[in-house]
Design a protein around this ligand. Structure first.
Ligand code: NAD
Ligand code: WQD
Length: 343
C-alpha cells in the first residue's frame, strides 16, 4: 500500500503527536507547516522519539502556487491529514478575517491541489465546538450543528461543509474528526503543547500556575448546573487523539469508509469539571494549585461530553488513557520546558 502521508500543520501540538504515531506504524510522513505557531525543532524531537526524521517543507497553505509545486514534487502522497489552522477562540473574535482567511483559504487551496494531483484521501481536524451547547448529552454525530460562539468555531463548521460538498461532487474521500478537549503530552515529555503568551486553555494555564509562572488559576464560574457548579468538558489525551488519526487515514487508504464524507467524535465519553481537573492534578503531581473563583467567561458553554460509540465501532478506536495519565503527562511536559529554560 502507498504509504506517504502529508501532514499539514504537523509541527504543531496534535500534528506532531500524530506524525510520531504514523511513523511508528510504518508510514512515511511529510510535514508542511508555515511555523506560525510552532518551531522546526520539533522535527528533531520526532526523530529522537521514532529514530526517523520526517520530511519537512516550510510552506503556507494560503500560497496555492507553492502548494501545487509541492504536490508536483511529491506525486506519491497517498493521503493528507489536515491540521494547519489558526486555533485561538479569543483571537478569532478580535481578528475574524485573519481566521476566515487562513482557515478557509488554506483548506480550499489544499482541496484544489489534491484534486489536481489526484490525491483523494483526507482527514480533517474539526472540533466539538460545532455542537455549541448540545440539547442532549452525551452528544453524538447526528446532533444538530449550532451557530458557533466564535469566528474560529465557524471556520471549523464551514470547512466541514466545504469538504463535504467536495466529497459529494468529486472523488474526494474524507473523514472529519471532531475533537473534544485535547490535553497532555507524549510520555517522553519531548513534545507537547507550546502556548504562545498567556494560555487561554485550562490545562496549560493550570500547569503554568503549578510551575510558578502564573500567580493564580481563575476558575470561570461556579454557578453552572453541574455537580460542583463549574464547567464540564470531555478531556482526551493527545496520544489517544493521534492514534485515532492513524485509524482514520488507514480506513480511507483501505477503502473501508462507508460514505465519501464521514464524521467521528473523538472523546472519552466522560465529562470532568474544572474543580475535578484541579483536584486530580494536585493528586498526581503532589503540587497545590492556587486558584480563585471568578465570573463566567463570555462564550463558554456549561457542559459537553462525547458519545464516542461511532468511532469505537467504525474506527476500532477507543481512548486508552484516563485523566490521571493526561494530567501526569501535561505536568511532565511543563517540567521539561522549565528545565530547558533553566539550562
Ligand atoms: P497548533 O497551532 O499547535 O498546530 C497548527 C499548526 O498549523 C501550527 O504548527 C501552525 O504553524 C500551522 N499553520 C497554521 N496556519 C497555517 C498555514 N496557513 N499554512 C501552514 N501551516 C499553518 O494547533 P493544534 O492544537 O495542534 O490544532 C491542530 C488542529 O486541530 C487545528 O486545525 C485546530 O483547529 C484543531 N483543533 C484543536 C483543538 C485543541 O484544543 N488544540 C481542538 C479541536 C480542534
Ligand atoms: C475548559 C474549561 C473553562 C481556562 C476550547 C475551544 C474549543 C476547542 C478546545 C479548538 C471551561 C474553564 C479555562 C481557565 C477556567 N478548541 N477554564 N479557567 O473552552 O472547552 O474549548 O478549546 O477547537 O473550540 O473553545 O477549553 O481549556 O479553554 O476550557 O476555568 O483559565 O475550563 O471555563 O469550563 P474550551 P478551555
Amino acid at each position: 500500500m502507498a504509504n506517504k502521508i502529508l501532514v499539514t500543520g504537523g509541527a504543531g501540538y496534535i500534528g506532531s503527536h500524530t506524525s510520531i504515531v504514523l511513523q511508528e506504524a510504518g508510514f512515511e510522513v511529510h510535514i508542511i507547516d508555515n511555523l506560525s505557531n510552532s518551531d522546526a525543532a520539533v522535527m528533531d524531537r520526532i526523530a529522537e522519539i521514532t529514530g526517523k526524521i520526517p520530511g519537512f517543507t516550510q510552506l503556507d497553505l494560503c500560497n496555492s502556487e507553492d502548494l501545487h509545486a509541492f504536490f508536483d514534487k511529491h506525486p506519491d502522497i497517498a493521503g493528507v491529514i489536515h491540521f494547519a489552522a489558526h486555533k485561538s477562540v479569543n483571537e478569532s473574535s478580535t481578528y475574524p478575517l485573519k481566521y476566515y482567511h487562513n482557515n478557509l483559504t488554506g483548506t480550499i487551496n489544499l482541496l484544489q491541489a489534491m484534486q489536481r494531483a489526484n490525491c483523494h484521501n483526507l482527514v480533517f481536524s474539526s472540533s466539538c465546538t460545532v455542537y455549541g451547547q448540545p440539547d442532549q448529552l452525551p452528544v453524538s454525530e447526528d446532533a444538530p450543528l449550532k451557530k458557533a460562539f466564535s469566528p474560529y468555531g465557524n471556520t471549523k463548521r464551514m470547512c466541514e461543509e466545504i469538504i463535504h460538498d467536495q466529497a459529494e461532487a468529486d472523488s474526494l474521500q474524507a473523514v472529519a474528526l471532531r475533537y473534544f478537549n485535547p490535553i497532555g503530552a507524549h510520555h517522553s515529555a519531548r513534545i507537547g503543547e507550546l502556548p504562545v503568551g498567556i494560555p487561554n486553555n485550562l490545562v496549560p494555564y493550570l500547569t503554568q500556575t503549578a510551575a510558578g509562572k502564573r500567580d493564580s488559576l481563575k476558575v470561570f464560574g461556579q454557578d453552572y448546573d453541574t455537580h460542583d457548579g463549574t464547567g464540564i468538558r470531555d478531556y482526551i489525551h493527545v496520544v489517544d487523539l493521534a492514534e485515532a488519526h492513524l485509524k482514520a487515514i488507514s480506513r480511507l487508504l483501505e477503502q473501508k469508509n462507508k460514505e465519501a464524507f464521514e464524521v467521528f467524535n473523538l472523546g472519552t465519553g466522560t465529562g470532568y469539571s474544572v474543580l475535578d481537573i484541579i483536584k486530580t492534578f494536585e493528586k498526581v503531581s503532589g503540587v497545590r494549585v492556587t486558584h480563585e473563583i471568578t465570573d463566567r467567561r463570555a462564550g463558554d458553554i456549561e457542559k459537553v461530553w462525547a458519545d464516542p460509540a461511532k468511532a469505537n465501532r467504525e474506527l476500532g478506536w477507543k481512548a486508552r488513557f484516563g485523566l490521571d495519565d493526561m494530567l501526569r503527562s501535561a505536568w511532565a511536559w511543563e517540567q521539561s520546558l522549565a528545565s530547558r529554560n533553566d539550562s
